[in-house]
Ligand binder design. Structure first.
Ligand SMILES: C[S@@+](CC[C@H](N)C(=O)[O-])C[C@H]1O[C@@H](n2cnc3c(N)ncnc32)[C@H](O)[C@@H]1O
Length: 351
């Protein structure tokens, strides 16, 4: 890239970053939700009044969305339209976008973590606001991920879905706000699920969802993935871990614990972020750049909180995770035992 090409390229990055902040505001203010549910062209005053917003700010926001091509404006009537074809992607992106606000709020703490004499990291336990954003995000993507990714991938493994249908014991380690645990428990009512997370806020949200669904086959418990109770030894048929291992200060210790709690014929379903372990192999990959950024604010900051302060972070990478699984004696066999889909990697291993 020559100097002027690079200037253009960098300008694009600035533009996208700031427009995404605007998308996040629109989500937080409920404007996207209102426009999607109205599903027709709207006047500025209708949007502002319905949401109790000042017209002037709303107009500025709408203008940024029109300039970005996310919302359309009619020159004659001045009405605003959110095209139906934009709804699905926006529902997903808009619920992810408040991560911009969560990260902004964390900036001061993160800057301190960078300093040699500053704190090592930021724990999930100290971030109830992170859970509110995350639970909302998961609420829009979880069912879709279960239907389009998790169940199809588990279906590729011999006998796993029939076992879940018949009834087995499953633990979801690092269950967060319990979206996956509860969704899977609803799909497989004969199986029993235990969600474990060390955040009290996560367990509170998990129980709220369980109660709202009236589920009887799921429980939630506060606990540490590095130190699972001995009474769990060899008592689970399946361990499910989604987007957690790289957040842990010591994923190797957690893998030992997961191995310990699995029955001798048990299996481990692990979903991790799917980039390469060597950063140079991710060069030029914008999605990886985004994940490294999120990682600094959230995942790395969590994995650095405790000794040995190595910090694996979100892009720990497929190659190193595979080594770690094998090092913990898990068997990765067959071509469906490691599947990369978009930015995620699904590992399926037998004890
Ligand atoms: C990115 S979230 C993923 C949550 C959930 N699996 C999901 O995908 O919806 C990571 C979770 O790991 C939990 N966590 C971090 N360290 C933990 C530990 N030592 N033991 C148990 N959970 C932990 C955090 O509280 C957080 O809920």
């Amino acid at each position: 890239m020559d100097a002027s090409e690079f200037q253009k390229y960098l300008g694009g990055i600035y533009q996208n970053g700031l427009v995404m902040l605007s998308v996040a505001l629109g989500h937080e203010l409920g404007i996207f939700e209102f426009m999607i549910s109205s599903n027709r062209s709207l006047h500025l005053s209708e949007i502002a009044d319905s949401l109790d917003l000042k017209e002037r700010y709303t107009k500025e926001w709408l203008s940024s969305m029109v300039a970005a091509g996310i919302i359309l404006q009619d020159r004659e009537t001045n009405m605003y339209t959110l095209p139906e074809s934009h709804h699905p992607a926006l529902k997903m992106a808009a619920s992810f976008s408040p991560i911009m606000i969560v990260c902004s709020k964390r900036s001061d703490n993160l800057l301190k973590c960078f300093k040699k004499d500053g704190p090592y990291g930021i724990s999930y336990q100290d971030s109830p606001e992170w859970f509110d954003w995350f639970d909302n995000y998961r609420s829009t993507m979880c069912e879709i991920a279960v239907d389009t990714e998790i169940i199809p991938l588990l279906s590729q493994q011999d006998g796993v879905i029939p076992k879940l249908e018949k009834g087995i014991r499953v633990i979801d380690v690092g269950c967060g706000s319990g979206r996956f645990t509860n969704t899977l428990a609803k799909r497989f009512p004969n199986s029993t699920f235990l969600g474990l997370d060390y955040s009290d806020k996560g367990i509170e949200l998990s129980n709220q969802m369980k109660d709202s669904l009236g589920l009887k086959n799921v429980d939630f418990v506060q606990g540490d993935a590095h130190n699972l109770p001995d009474e769990y030894n060899e008592s689970f048929d399946m361990v499910f871990v989604y987007d957690v291992l790289h957040d842990l200060p010591n994923p190797f210790k957690a893998l030992e614990q997961i191995y310990k709690v699995l029955k001798p014929d048990g299996f481990f379903s692990l979903i991790e972020i799917g980039f390469h372990s060597n950063p140079i192999d991710n060069a030029g990959d914008k999605a990886a750049a985004m994940y490294y950024t999120c990682s600094m604010f959230i995942c790395l900051a969590s994995s650095m909180t405790e000794p040995p302060h190595v910090g694996y972070g979100a892009c720990w990478g497929v190659e190193e995770i595979e080594k770690a699984l094998k090092g913990a004696n898990f068997k990765l066999e067959g071509k469906s035992s490691l599947v990369i889909i978009g930015s995620k990697t699904f590992f399926f291993s037998m004890k």
